[in-house]
Write a protein that binds this ligand. Structure first.
Ligand code: SF4
Length: 375
């Protein structure tokens, strides 16, 4: 079997003209993520999957590293069509290198020899056809960092939109103005992992906080539906002061942005911090509430966090969506997406009605069986 890097290097297309510029001496600058790498001829960017060959930038194309059918609650999107199936695909690589990554098999495939995930040949039509076949309402680029494979995402999203699906990213948010403008016409939903509110912590993960905060601001201004997740890691990002500044920042953009605080469990290379407890999540949620956030959720510990898996009306407190983990136990919004008690409009993309939940559990898509052709 050819080396993973050779496979990835063969399955490429030239980058979108909006996402790079040519510099002197055959160097190029990439705008697909906040690193904005200047790349000499014959070299790669930080993400390892975009490279300069003869003064042109080449980017991943025509494969998936992983494809799966997920409950939309797993992304997590809690204010988007509850109960819907989100057909989810990813490529390979990431522009950060978080030691606690929970998708490391795909995100670190080109950095870590233990991260093996054989890519499969795919076309946008193939992915969308399968998503529609499963009755998906959304098609989501996830598992690796989707910003670094934005051209492929847009190719898939064009088809998805034509088929009536919503489209979204599950991303670290390390964007640029150029890539957000490029994605804007084809994107509905955007989930960002806001991993910390301390630039030193972001340096440890291989990034900077500035582009991430700017991306959150811009996405909200653009009118995309944004939800934020903070994986709460004891001793890393859970100080009172850091969580207060983080949640005040979000509330300053909009108090209606949903904020998910989720529990860390020891994974990949970060085995030192203890696992997050329900009490930790409740404490973080209380800080967010004091900052003014109206929709706060606690994740990864189903049944242990009281009311923090449910959606309640920000105005009258009526219980609107009841959840246990990814399972929807009750749905009480009106067809217009308003509170059934006081009539307040509830921010989100609710869909006209809740029929039944497509799935409460992730399951493998058929594509890997159909596309035996590994790239
Ligand atoms: S996507 Fe980011 S890391 Fe990769 S080449 Fe472009 S700017 Fe660099």
């Amino acid at each position: 079997m050819p080396a993973l890097r050779d496979i990835v290097d063969r399955n490429v297309a030239e980058a979108a003209p909006e996402l790079y510029e040519k510099l002197d001496r055959e160097r190029v600058r990439c705008f697909s993520c906040g690193h904005c790498c200047p790349i000499p001829e014959g070299q790669r960017g930080v993400c390892k999957v975009r490279f300069n060959r003869a003064g042109k930038l080449y980017v991943p194309w025509g494969y998936v590293g992983c494809v799966q059918c997920d409950p939309i609650e797993k992304k997590p999107f809690f204010h988007v069509a509850p109960g819907a199936l989100a057909y989810s695909f990813g490529m390979l690589g990431c522009d950060l290198h978080c030691s606690y990554c929970q998708n490391w098999v795909t995100s670190q495939a080109l950095r870590d020899p233990e991260a093996v995930s054989p890519p499969l040949r795919a076309t946008p039509q193939m992915l969308v056809e399968e998503a529609v076949g499963y009755g998906a309402k959304a098609l989501v680029s996830t598992y690796n960092e989707p910003l670094i494979t934005s051209e492929w995402a847009v190719a898939v999203f064009r088809e998805a939109r034509a088929a009536g699906l919503m489209t979204g990213f599950v991303s670290n948010g390390n964007g640029t103005p150029q890539v957000l403008e490029y994605l804007r016409p084809w994107m509905d939903l955007y989930k960002i992992d806001l991993k910390s509110f301390d630039d030193r912590h972001y340096h440890e993960l291989g990034g900077r906080i500035g582009p991430i905060l700017e991306t959150i601001r811009r996405l909200h201004e653009m009118g995309l539906w944004v939800e934020i997740v903070t994986l709460l890691i004891p001793g890393f990002n859970d100080s009172e002061e850091e969580l207060a500044r983080l949640s005040e920042f979000l509330a300053g953009i909009s108090p209606y942005i949903p904020w998910h605080v989720t529990a860390f469990h020891q994974d990949y290379k970060m085995a030192d911090p203890r696992n997050t407890t329900a009490e930790d999540l409740l404490r973080a949620a209380a800080i967010g509430k004091r900052a003014g956030l109206r929709y706060i959720y606690a994740g990864n510990l189903p049944g242990e966090v009281g009311d923090l898996e449910n959606t309640r009306c920000h105005n009258c407190g009526k219980l609107l969506v009841e959840r246990y983990g990814y399972l929807i136990r009750g749905y009480h919004l009106t067809v217009e997406g308003a509170c059934s008690q006081c009539g307040s409009s509830i921010p989100g993309r609710w869909g006209s009605r809740f029929e039944r939940q497509a799935t409460a559990f992730p399951f493998a898509a058929r594509l890997p069986r159909r596309s035996r052709a590994e790239v």
